[in-house]
Design a protein around this ligand. Structure first.
Ligand SMILES: [Zn+2]
Ligand SMILES: [Zn+2]
Length: 381
């Protein structure tokens, strides 16, 4: 019997102590590549989608090809804890648990490489820049990845608020479509004693912010669910003799479908243009950090359920989609597959919260589900 030679908890702690932001995950990627090179039968492609890694385990036998993904990036946030392995980088930390997801995927590669399936092929993606919504597309558009054929793709996310290790499943739409809106208003500065000679954006900004209310439908059980949340506002300079001449308002939009998101974006654009015209402001609108929903295949979710059962892990079906964005939707929309949650503990602080902590117990639980899933999937073909 071949057993693990690597302590994945220590690996997770090393990753946690050395976080890097989106598309800057160079040391993280190097550390992971070095670990992957110690595992038998794994071939590697590095610098995929800038800083990503593709590790492949090919059984040599004819069969399906499947893909698993973990994320490399940390957040521009400061953590609040007394961990011995806390972040060594000021203002950056793994408050989404991506350090844990990397450890889970590495442990999965090890399990499968020590006892490889008889048929099919498994790709393991370590993806950059999930938090900014750019990494999945960077991988998918990389010429080194373009011609790869894949039958289905899988990923997980730890979920605070659910019992530790509980598998959270959902058929169909798993989470929200998200897009962020940057509105720039250009007026004209003037002496603060003669504001009538300038064009000050303050009134327009206040009308735009109060105007989003009528587009919001916060009932998550409704198919018309729509959230518009103010993220950032700026105008003028701190020069008290000058009436402001420019301003910015940023919002983040969420709906359950792309169609609803397009309609919401259109309505907001019309409102912003109407208000800026009325105030004689020049307005430009840019869109950023676009995440599409993950749509789970019923058949693949069923396999995840079977995998959870075979590992003795409890599972439940979530009764509505989650409101957060996740760029794995780009993988499922291209190749199909399934995304699922793994409970991070009932009393755990939420993701991105300064006190959030990833529980090391999830490494073995997550890796066994992924392993079981791979074996179930490849045995089907
Ligand atoms: Zn996150
Ligand atoms: Zn995350």
């Amino acid at each position: 019997l071949k057993t693990s030679k690597i302590n994945w908890t220590q690996v997770r702690h090393h990753l946690h102590a050395n976080p890097e932001l989106a598309f800057k995950e160079k040391k993280t990627a190097l550390y992971i590549s070095e670990l992957l090179q110690k595992l038998p039968g794994i071939s590697l492609v590095t610098n995929l989608g800038k800083t990503g890694i593709l590790a492949t385990l090919d059984s040599g036998g004819k069969g399906n090809t499947i893909l698993f993904r973990a994320e490399l990036d940390a957040l521009p946030l400061k953590e609040s804890n007394n961990l011995t392995y806390r972040s060594k980088v000021a203002g950056i930390s793994h408050l989404c648990g991506h350090d844990g997801h990397m450890a889970i995927l590495l442990a999965t590669v090890e399990k499968l490489s020590l006892s490889p399936p008889k048929k099919g092929k498994i790709h393991f993606i370590f993806q950059p820049a999930e938090e900014t919504g750019q990494g999945a597309l960077a991988i998918l558009n990389d010429p080194k990845f373009k011609d790869i054929e894949i039958n289905s793709t899988f990923a997980l996310h730890n979920l605070p608020g659910y019992p530790l290790g509980q598998i959270v499943l959902r058929n169909g739409i798993f989470n929200a479509c998200v897009r962020s809106m940057i509105i720039k208003l250009e007026g004209k500065t003037a002496h603060a004693a003669q504001p009538q000679l300038g064009i000050n954006p303050a009134v327009a900004i206040s009308h735009i912010i109060s105007g989003i209310d009528k587009f919001t439908q916060s009932d998550e059980s409704s198919e018309n669910f729509a959230l518009v949340v103010p993220i950032y506002v700026q105008m003028g300079e701190k020069t008290y003799g000058t009436s402001a001449g420019h301003g910015e308002v940023h919002f983040t939009l969420r709906t359950w479908t792309e169609k609803k998101l397009d309609q919401l974006a259109q309505s907001l654009t019309e409102m912003v243009e109407r208000i800026s015209n009325r105030e004689s402001l020049k307005c430009t609108i840019e869109w950023t950090e676009s995440f599409t929903s993950i749509i789970n295949d019923d058949e693949q979710i069923d396999l995840v359920k079977q995998a959870a059962q075979s590992c003795g892990l409890p599972f439940l079906y979530a009764d509505r989609p989650f409101t957060w964005g996740e760029d794995f939707g780009h993988f499922t929309s291209k190749f199909g597959g399934a995304f699922f949650g793994i409970g991070a503990g009932i009393d755990q602080s939420p993701l991105h919260h300064p006190e959030y902590q990833f529980s090391d117990e999830l490494i073995e639980k997550g890796a066994s589900v992924f392993e079981a899933l791979a074996r179930l999937q490849l045995n089907q073909s």
